[in-house]
Design a binder for this molecule. Structure first.
Ligand code: GLU
Length: 370
């Protein structure tokens, strides 16, 4: 079933990874690494969002998690995170895979400028078949500014990297019409095409073990991801080789995305309410965009409005007709400095190295009107 999806985000919760003594369940993690190695060979691009830093750190420092204050938990996360990521590094290296650590705070996905930076970095890692191991940067995240749970973080990451599927490994094999632990005739829901109020009601308020999430946060995460064109799968992670089990037809719930990540992105760009300015393009630039290229500085004839890197800008042809929209790679001030310049002159004009494009081809939508 995973063959339909190329770029996968796999979320691993603390309750799967950490045993009752607060230690990493190595046998399970090794089996997961084996699954990842197989998927990687089959040309999937993989990202892991993993919890566990706080649980491991509390164990090392002898902190009682249930009674600890926020700053104790933050200190625990600092201790636990290095062990967590080192463990992943070791189990992946056994299969010749390279891991990278990425720690995120909400600013990195909610602030457009940082969003673009993070997206480029993830892109570079995935191009090189590196597996990013992502967690919230708990040590600096504060109560008010947190993703809060890693289901939500994983959904934001899926959106950021335009993943095709998000797999939430859980201690249950999907969504049920009622809590299967307390309701005898609870029925498993194999597929969800729309997250209706009834589906949300099924998720209830459940909470388990070490993790902060429950079914409710998983359904919320599915909402974020499917909206961004990324299908979401809730699957049982309590078995060894959980991804292989899923491939072999293991029970799960699939929340279907309505389109692809690219179409969702283009719809969002086309309908963006806040267009902060416009870039006027020469004939050659419009032609290059129509042929699937990016907008280079040389094709920009004028810059109108005030915008920052990451803002949505309108792309206009020589007659002033809007031919599309895109995310600006440069602020309006920088774009004005670069307008009309050859790529080789960018560094000279800006005084720093800069990027070669003003709007990247993956971050623009063209209208069919000229
Ligand atoms: N980021 C936290 C940790 O690594 C876990 C958050 C969660 O479980 O959702 O310990």
């Amino acid at each position: 079933m995973l063959s339909d999806y190329r770029r996968l985000v796999v979320k691993v919760g603390s309750s799967l990874l950490i045993d009752e003594r607060g230690q990493v369940n190595h046998a399970w993690l090794k089996s997961l690494a084996g699954d990842l190695a197989t998927l990687s060979t089959d040309d999937h691009q993989l990202l892991i969002v993993s919890s566990g830093a706080i649980a491991i750190g509390c164990n090392v420092l002898g902190i009682n998690k249930a009674r600890a204050r926020l700053d104790d938990l933050q200190a625990a996360a600092a201790v636990g995170q290095i062990q967590l990521v080192h463990t992943y590094q070791a189990v992946l290296a056994a299969h010749g895979l390279v891991a990278a650590q990425v720690l995120m705070t909400p600013d990195d996905t909610e602030n457009r400028r940082r969003f673009l930076n993070a997206r480029r970095t993830f892109g570079k890692l995935l191009e090189r078949s590196v597996i990013p191991i992502v967690n919230e940067n708990d040590t600096v995240a504060t109560e008010e500014i947190r993703y809060g749970d890693n289901d939500r973080l994983a959904a934001r990451i899926a959106q950021l990297v335009m993943a095709d599927a998000l797999i939430l490994l859980s201690d249950v094999d999907g969504l049920y019409t009622a809590n299967p632990r307390s309701t005898e005739n609870a029925e498993h829901v194999p597929e969800v095409s729309r997250i209706s109020d009834a589906i949300q009601a099924m998720a209830g308020e459940s909470n388990t073990g070490h993790g902060t999430g429950g079914m409710r946060t998983k359904v919320l995460a599915a909402g974020i991801a499917t909206h961004a064109g990324c299908s979401t799968i809730i699957a049982n992670g309590t078995v060894d080789n959980p991804l292989r089990a899923l491939q072999d037809g293991g029970r799960c719930t699939v929340f279907h995305a309505s389109g692809t990540p690219a179409t969702a992105r283009k719809q969002w760009l086309a309908g963006a309410l806040e267009v902060m300015g416009s870039l006027h393009l020469d004939v050659g630039a419009v032609k290059a965009l129509r042929e699937g290229g990016s907008l280079l500085p040389v094709g920009v004839t004028a810059v109108v409005g005030t915008f920052d890197r990451g803002d949505v800008v309108s792309l206009k042809n020589a007659a002033g007709v809007e031919v599309g929209r895109g995310l600006a790679e440069y602020s309006s001030t920088e774009a004005s400095q670069l307008a009309g310049c050859q790529s080789g002159q960018i560094e000279h004009r800006l005084g720093y190295r800069g990027r070669s494009v003003v709007v990247h081809r993956d971050e623009l939508v063209l209208f069919e009107n000229d």
